[in-house]
Write a protein of this length. Sequence first.
Length: 323
Amino acid sequence: MQPRNMSMSGVVDLAAVKAAGEAKVKAEQARAEAARQGGSAAVPPSALVIDVDEAGFERDILQRSAEVPVVIDFWAEWCEPCKQLGPLLERLAVEYNGRFLLAKIDVDANQMLMQQFGIQGIPAVFAVVAGQALPLFQGAAPEQQIRETLDQLIQVAEERFGLTGIAVDADASATDVADAPVPAGPYDALLEAAVTALDSGDLAGAVQAYKNVLADDPGHPEAKLGLAQAELLRRVQGMDVPQVRKDAAEKPTDVTAQIAAADLDLVGGHVEDAFGRLVETVRVTAGEDRNAVRLRLLELFEVVGAEDPRVTAARGALARVLF
């Protein structure tokens, strides 16, 4: 059977995509607007230190680690060394001016995260870079030692992953960033053309139409998710479905086989199967193979939409196998 006429109805609701993730949309479009003005979106210094809980771990740490190293301070109110280390890390986060983001996790309120990171004592400091976690130090270390550790982290993040940090505007406030105006763009015709092409099976046309929007507005949420949808359909076009299924069944640790089968699962509307397959593959693989599977899973999250409860559940499962 040719997948040319496959429909994504039931998997992606483009109308819902427009309304999903309001805060995320504002932030992304503010970044795009700043980019069109010749710079990158800036955050106020107060945004460099954030409190994170289990519900926000994927969004506030894993996703943010794709643009800036995230340093995690595991602490508790009763911990005296934490009271010495915490203010120092907060001061350094502001001083380093966007080269890293500081995430503070209260271990008493987030026992699952404490267990996932294998925390034996606090304060404990970890980093997450491009989705990869690594321990930094434990205890209230001397400031010079902490600075040297942060310098090494920043160097590795830039050289290995191309992460140069986020821009900081000392004059901005958190309200300014949150209420940044959403830039208007004459995209209705392009988006309508993309959806029409998608529905008619013209996948190349749909991909190009979405790319045309993103070339002008890189943060446009509907175009980003629409492009992910069109590229998924294009990947499965012409697949030998029985062979793909056979390979996936016979080779449970073969990354290529499992990724292809997950694409078919999602196109067929079997969202939980697709996510579960890739989460399990992440669990049983390592190194570059594991990273390839993780990245494809994140792409499929984009196809379904960040607010879908199946995505939320799968993000939690992914975090558990990663950490």
